[in-house]
Design a protein around this ligand. Structure first.
Ligand code: AGP
Length: 610
């Protein structure tokens, strides 16, 4: 997804912008560019290109871009294809104002018409070019004023960084519906859509709110709302350090993040389990404890992997707390006119905290008067800040586009919420102690499971050329199967479907033949014997069976093609363990196919468009 890095200070801007853009590569992009104010001739130097940052770096060698003020961007095409011309920055017709933009200008066609009638010639197919010309139209020597005036009539979403060659000491930022934050250092300031671009320089961050316009100078900044009235925004310290954003000895971020899961889960549960009371203490829910006692229905809304974590959460909350739960795709929820009763609590789940559909679902729920709590990984993200409370994952930065450690941490957070709700209702002290201890031991069990990586690589070698995969599971493991299939699709580009195991006899069994690998998630639980029957019927139709199980010496050993034996814990917490081999299987298959697993085609890390 598009990313912004801008700089004003006393150091050469270009290397800072390039480094920042590289830190944003994980988000996915198809073109990149920058404008730097050349301190030798006082002109804007703009370079942009389709393709990777490396190509931009090569192109940048051809120009002299010395200067301590600049804006840069990675673009993921929305309006207009991924070409050099459509890449950002976009310039005003006189070349004096440069703009980078995340988001979508919804009324760009109408604005473009006005500008064309006034004689402006457009060079790109983007909505962003409209912004550059529109600001220029209002420019009378004060960039801040021009941006404020221009934004009055622009509809849609934006994170903006704007510079003007007539004002070498000013960088303007603006935000509506697309994140933007300042990174503060002495005598220099960064403006970015993603704080991971600036953590190597500073941990002092000021998050902008919707409709903020910031005017940054070398010695400070001022924030106004869109009406030009001053507003104050607090500085915060962000978590994380540079090491977290680097691969270390791992060939890919995804593998690093899979192997980081024990540590991520330890951080996620640290200080939150009260083992002797058999309960969880989640600071972000402290203010809502009374309200939580009186809820009689829960809606959890999310997208993609977070949606599958929510599905596991549904099983956990219903099982332990006895509260009815509905899980909804946020993209559907936002337009469905959902019924939210006075005792209905809404949760959103989002790793990034920036997913547009999830944010819109949150706003819709709040509009209807619901209390909305959120489960996010990125501290200070838009969804986290727009919620009434919630729980952070503390899983550390997740860079790989395919979510792994965030998924297991989401399930663990949901399990702690289910424990807390359960202890307010039907879970006894003894039940609570058993569950709290089981949650506490998950990091060790994940550690053991990761030792299976080489065995899973051997299985991957047998199937990496397959064109279809089926993933099956029941109850807690139906969402695990769905998530396993999603992981494979995302990074290997193999078609895969996740299905409830017993349902395949109602249709999908017709797909089974010797070319169809079927991954069955079948821990030894109450449904194990039934899943064994499902597996037997797949085998009898010639399917290749890869079974993930805790069972030793069960009938399944006799007919499965491959067994992945995982450690066992409380049945309801098994999804945390069982999803790890599926992550590894997808990873190894994708690598064997020669794919770029960290930035798979057509995908971005946070989907900030509808
Ligand atoms: C996960 O592997 C995906 N890349 C994607 O489905 C993701 O989970 C989804 O876009 C939701 O993102 P969020 O958790 O940041 O809201």
């Amino acid at each position: 997804m598009c990313g912004i890095v801008a700089y004003i200070g006393s150091k050469p801007a270009l290397p800072i912008l390039m480094n920042g853009l590289k830190r944003l590569e994980y988000r996915g992009y198809d073109s990149a560019g920058f404008s730097v104010l050349n301190s030798d001739n006082g002109k804007l130097e703009t370079v942009k290109t389709a393709g990777k940052i490396k190509a931009l770096e090569n192109k940048a060698k051809e120009i002299n871009a010395a200067g301590a003020l600049g804006i840069s961007h990675t673009r993921w095409a929305t309006h207009g294809g991924p070409t050099d011309i459509n890449a950002h920055p976009h310039l005003s017709a006189d070349g004096k104002i440069a703009v980078v933009h995340n988001g979508v200008v919804e009324n760009y066609a109408a604005v473009k018409k006005i500008l064309e009638a006034e004689g402006v010639k457009f060079t790109s197919d983007t909505d962003t070019e409209v912004i550059a010309h529109w600001i220029s139209r209002f420019y009378k020597g004060d960039l801040n004023e021009a941006v404020l005036e221009a934004l009055q009539s622009l509809e849609g979403t934006f994170g903006l960084a704007v510079i003007c060659q007539n004002e070498p000491d000013v960088l303007i930022g603006a935000r509506r519906g697309s994140p933007l934050a300042l990174g503060i250092c002495e005598n220099e300031t960064f403006l970015t859509s993603d704080t991971s671009a600036v953590i190597e320089h500073t941990q002092k961050i000021v998050y902008l709110e919707d409709n903020d316009v910031v005017s940054i100078r070398r010695n400070g900044f001022t924030v106004q709302n869109i009406k030009g009235q001053p507003v104050s925004r607090e500085m915060q310290r962000i978590e994380g350090d540079l090491e977290m954003a680097q691969k270390g000895d791992f060939p890919h971020f995804m593998l690093k993040e899979i192997f980081e899961q024990p540590e991520a889960l330890r951080n996620c549960t640290r200080g939150r389990l009260i083992l002797e009371e058999g309960n969880a203490k989640l600071a972000g829910l402290d203010n809502s404890l009374k309200e939580l006692r009186s809820i009689d229905r829960i809606i959890i809304t999310a997208c993609g992997t977070s949606y599958y974590a929510a599905m596991v959460g549904e099983c956990l909350i219903e099982e332990w707390a006895g509260i009815p739960v509905e899980v909804e795709y946020a993209s559907e929820f936002r337009y469905r006119n959902p019924i939210i009763g006075t005792n209905t609590l809404v949760f959103t789940v989002s790793q990034s905290g920036e997913t547009a559909d999830t944010l819109a679902a949150l706003k819709e729920a709040k509009q209807k008067g619901a209390t909305v709590l959120s489960i996010c990984n990125v501290v200070g993200s838009t969804i986290a800040r727009a919620s009434d409370g919630g729980v952070y994952l503390h899983a550390g930065a997740e860079i790989g586009i395919a979510s792994t450690k965030a998924f297991t941490a989401q399930v663990v957070v949901l399990s702690m919420i289910a424990l807390l709700l359960g202890r307010q209702r039907r879970l006894s002290h003894e039940n609570g102690i058993e569950i709290a201890n089981a949650i506490d031991s998950l990091p060790c069990l994940v550690e053991q499971t990761l030792k299976l990586s080489d065995d899973i690589l051997a299985i991957a070698k047998s199937y990496y050329k397959s064109t279809n995969f089926l993933y099956l599971g029941r109850h807690y493991h139906y969402p695990v199967a769905m998530e396993g299939a999603l992981k494979l699709k995302e990074i290997s580009y193999i078609h895969a479907e996740g299905y409830p195991a017993a349902e395949i006899k109602h249709g999908p069994i017709a797909l089974i033949d010797e070319n169809m690998p079927v991954v069955i998630v079948a821990p030894k639980d109450a449904l194990f014997n039934k899943v064994v029957s499902n597996a037997r019927s797949i085998k009898s139709h010639g399917g290749k069976l890869i079974v993930v199980t805790t069972a030793n010496c069960s009938p399944i050993d006799e007919f499965a093609d491959h067994i992945i034996r995982i450690p066992s814990t409380n049945t309801a917490l098994m999804p945390v363990i069982a999803s790890v081999p599926l992550q590894l299987l997808a990873y190894h298959i994708a690598v064997l196919r020669g794919n770029d697993v960290d930035t798979p085609r057509n995908l971005t890390k946070s989907v900030m468009v509808e």
